[in-house]
Design a protein around this ligand. Structure first.
Ligand SMILES: [Zn+2]
Ligand SMILES: [Zn+2]
Length: 182
């Protein structure tokens, strides 16, 4: 098993599948998984283009299939027969391609970080607004509560005063009645 550091991921939008065995490599330095590579190959030669950057694929060499898990024996002879300049050129192209792919991974992660950061900021702002709306609603309700409470107090005072007046009235009436009876 290879680690994530030495693995490629498919450049097709929303795929990002880890490429384990077969890679489809393009002249514009993009790489696709077996499924997306085959989809490109199924298109007519003249109308093929890179799903990642839109570059037009002029011929069959614009996108090539590369088996990544070749045996040591196969690899041992892979560059044999070429002169050192050609070997260096091939190696240089391979390293440039690899660096470009790693840069793409970093860019993609940076975009994700930016997206999550923006979402968190927006949600915090919404939460602060919701909080301030809730606070002003609570304030309005407290004012209404205070108003209704003071009206209730007034009504209770009035009721108590009324009860006191009617009690006194009844007592007076009783005393008058008593006096008359003497
Ligand atoms: Zn893919
Ligand atoms: Zn491309």
């Amino acid at each position: 098993m290879s680690s994530q550091r030495d693995q490629l991921v498919c450049n097709a939008r929303d795929c990002f599948k880890k490429i384990e065995d077969v890679a489809w490599i393009t002249f514009c330095s993009h790489v696709f998984c077996a499924q997306h590579g085959k989809e490109i190959k199924l298109q007519q030669i003249g109308s093929r283009s890179c799903p990642a950057c839109g570059s037009h694929f002029r011929d069959d060499l614009s996108i090539v299939e590369r088996k990544l898990n070749r045996s040591m024996q196969y690899r041992a002879l892979l560059l044999c027969g070429y002169c050192p300049e050609t070997i260096m050129e091939i190696a240089n192209n391979g390293i440039t391609f690899w660096n470009f792919q790693k840069q793409q991974v970093c860019l993609n992660l940076e975009r994700k970080v930016e997206y999550y950061r923006e979402t968190v900021t927006r949600l915090k702002k919404d939460l602060a607004q919701d909080k301030s709306e809730a606070a002003s609603k609570i304030h309005r309700l407290e004012q209404q509560l205070e108003l209704v409470q003071s009206k209730l107090n007034e009504a209770n005072e009035e009721k108590a005063a009324l009860r006191a007046t009617s009690g006194e009235h009844a007592r007076n009436h009783h005393q008058v009645k008593k006096r008359r009876n003497i």
